[in-house]
Design a protein around this ligand. Structure first.
Ligand code: RIB
Length: 341
């Protein structure tokens, strides 16, 4: 397919390049309707598409935003991307999605790449929190940015975050109200603030009910399903707990697999509650009880916030409240049917 340039449009219509350019940039004051109509007709006939990059050099705007996520394989993040993309497109922006794979150097490379692509702003769901180095790159290059999901403790940045402490608290309280006392917890990575907050909230709920659990009931997970499976398989083979809270839904999936292989029935022998409310939690058998983060909305709102920032409007961080979603993977310990029933 021939790629036409602004020169071709000018030649075809007989108007100057600057006249064509004025039409393309909606600056037609003083121009006759016929001129404008003719130029737009030829633009359409030739299927002319302006070179956004070149245009960006002139307007200093690319109408592109960047979103860096730490793990695109975790269904939480595609949901976040979905919300962000929908909001971006609705506002006339394109969204470039980058996956840092939880690696600091990859995150840094993507920040540089987005800078080279001249994005107007960046949404950063960082590995944990923004490193000083990356903060400097963003500040020096004057690219407006918003933190998403992680980095609540980065004072200098605006972001969209969840109350993770409360989420962990709700999960612990739910299990306690169902009569569970021997409860394990599989955490996210120790160096991720939101994982620690979830654990703290969970322990707070236990504390309020004078329940203490041995330290080895706290399993150091990493938000990944495979490792959760390994951890759970070893732990459940040796310890009889009646419930487990996992710091995300993906790790709950790993627990499901381990329990199945060990002939442990969920929820009859083991109640499981996750965190996130990823879309396929409802497709699991039994359907997964969880703590809902309104992930799609978080994605949308983070773009809204970034756009406000691009317009130099005042912005403040947004904080979401988690909610408890009770499905079938958690069961009342006292009333649970015995195997003979
Ligand atoms: O599942 C991945 C987790 O990492 C989510 O809970 C999200 O909050 C992120 O930080």
């Amino acid at each position: 397919m021939t790629k036409y340039t602004i020169k071709d449009i000018a030649r075809e219509t007989g108007y100057s390049i600057s006249t064509v350019s004025r039409v393309l940039n909606n600056k037609e004051e003083g121009m006759s309707k016929e001129t404008r109509k003719r130029i737009l007709e030829v633009v359409k006939e030739m299927n002319y598409r302006p070179n956004q990059f070149a245009r960006g050099l002139i307007t200093k705007k690319s109408n592109m935003l960047g979103l860096i996520v730490p793990n695109i394989s975790n269904p939480f993040f595609p949901e976040l991307c979905r919300g962000a993309e929908d909001e971006a497109v609705q506002n006339g922006f394109s969204l470039i999605i980058c996956n840092s794979d939880d690696q600091a150097n990859k995150e840094e490379r993507y920040i540089h790449l987005l800078k080279e692509q001249q994005v107007d702003g960046i949404l950063l769901a960082s590995m944990n929190k923004l490193t000083r180095g990356n903060e400097r790159i963003l500040t020096d290059s004057q690219i407006p940015y918003i933190l998403v999901d992680r980095g609540v403790d980065v004072d200098s940045a605006t972001g969209v975050f969840m109350d993770n402490f409360k989420g962990g608290y709700l999960a612990g309280k739910h299990l306690i109200e169902l009569g569970h006392r021997k409860i394990a917890c599989m955490t996210g990575p120790a160096d991720i603030t939101n994982a620690n907050k979830r654990l703290k909230g969970f322990l707070q709920a236990l504390n309020e009910h004078d329940i203490s659990i041995p330290s080895h009931y706290i399993l150091n997970g990493n938000y990944h399903m495979e490792d959760a499976y390994d951890l759970a398989k070893r732990f459940l083979a040796e310890h009889e707990v009646t419930a487990i809270f996992t710091g995300n839904d993906l790790m709950a999936c790993g627990v499901y697999r381990a329990a199945f292989e060990l002939n442990i029935s969920i929820p009859n022998d083991l109640s499981v509650i996750g965190f996130d409310d990823i879309p396929f939690g409802e497709a699991l058998n039994p359907k997964l009880s969880t703590i809902r983060q309104n992930t799609y909305q978080i994605g949308k709102d983070s773009v809204k916030l970034l756009i406000k920032k691009l317009r130099n409007e005042p912005v403040e961080s947004l904080f979401y409240e988690p909610t408890l979603v009770v499905r079938n993977s958690t069961q009342n310990l006292i009333q649970s049917p015995s195997l003979e029933d």
